[in-house]
Design a protein around this ligand. Structure first.
Ligand code: GDP
Length: 297
């Protein structure tokens, strides 16, 4: 489970703080130094940690907190609030067009991040909310990807539009939207091709799709297990293609969890959902406050 080690370390720091009746400035500084180390070990980006500690310190070292009734508890409360802020405070939904207007969602991500699985998970979520989603197989580089999407689509009871692997992804996207229009679908989710690493041709392909069809939401899927790489990938995709939100997968795995804390602060885009397993129902909405509570234990 993610954050296990971070939680344990923070709980130790907090236990110390609580055990003191009064707090000196030095007490707070020592505690925050330990918080800083714990966050760095959890693979939170250095820049993010630095700003975080600065924010907490500014609020914690002051007469109000230190002369208050329960200074240790106050510092813990500030850490909690700043963790929530770091993750974006509020829950962000995937934006959808009203009524029966067709919303096109483009899914992007590196190979192995969990894009194809997550695409089907999202389709299932939207279907359960009464939407009529269609999946479009635009990953023409890995023939197995098309088959995988078809299998997943079948599992969640959502049609998969495919034209094989000989067509251009832009043409597939256009044809899928046309198919949606003619068959009463109101969401089209494009499963695009990933690559092993961020590269120009992948970015170009996504840009081409964006230029040719009215993509309403671009969602990037990143793997929490890759830590700071996930954060860098999100930053790069956002700068090159522009993204609206991130889905962080494999948070059920043995990850240190730092990506969950760094993505919003680094690229400015919110985490929408987190993947909590391989099953197509293992997708959870991302609540910054609940995640902070999970981290603080
Ligand atoms: P793609 O190459 O990005 O399309 O990745 P896939 O959707 O094929 O997923 C790669 C692997 O990650 C598969 O074995 C998935 O079952 C697995 N996977 C995807 N999301 C999650 C998740 O949230 N948790 C876990 N544990 N595994 C996941």
């Amino acid at each position: 489970m993610a954050f296990e080690s971070l939680s344990e370390k923070l709980q130790n720091v907090f236990k110390n703080l609580r055990s003191k009746g009064r707090l000196t400035e030095a007490d707070v500084k020592i505690a925050l130094k330990e918080v800083k180390l714990a966050l760095l070990e959890a693979d939170v980006s250095f820049k993010v940690v630095k700003q975080f500690i600065k924010n907490v310190q500014e609020r914690a070292i002051g007469q109000d907190v230190m002369n208050g009734l329960n200074p240790g508890q106050m510092v813990i409360k500030i850490v909690n609030e700043e963790l929530v802020n770091l993750m974006g405070s509020e829950t962000t939904e995937i934006a959808l067009k009203p009524g029966n207007e067709i919303t096109v969602i483009m899914m992007a991500g590196l190979q192995g991040a969990g894009k194809t699985t997550t695409t089907a998970k999202i389709a299932a979520k939207l279907k359960s909310k009464g939407r009529k989603p269609l999946l479009a197989a635009c990953d023409v580089y890995r023939p197995a990807a098309i088959r995988q999407l078809e299998i997943n689509g079948e599992k969640v009871g959502v049609e998969v539009f495919s034209m094989g692997d000989k067509q251009n992804p832009v043409d597939i996207a256009k044809a899928a939207i046309e198919h949606a229009r003619n068959n009463g679908y109101n969401v089209v989710i494009l499963d695009t091709a990933g690559r092993l690493h961020v590269d120009e041709s992948m970015m170009e392909e996504l840009e081409n799709i964006k230029a040719a069809v009215d993509v309403y939401q671009t969602i990037l899927v990143v793997d929490a297990m890759t830590g700071q790489d996930a954060v860098n990938v999100a930053d790069t995709f956002n700068q090159k293609v522009g993204i609206d939100g991130v889905i962080l997968t494999k948070l059920d795995g043995d990850t240190r969890g730092g990506a969950a804390l760094s993505i919003k602060a680094t690229c400015g885009k919110p985490i929408l959902y987190v993947g909590m397993g391989e099953k197509l129902s293992d997708l959870e909405q991302f609540y910054p406050d609940r995640m902070a509570s999970r981290i603080l234990g």
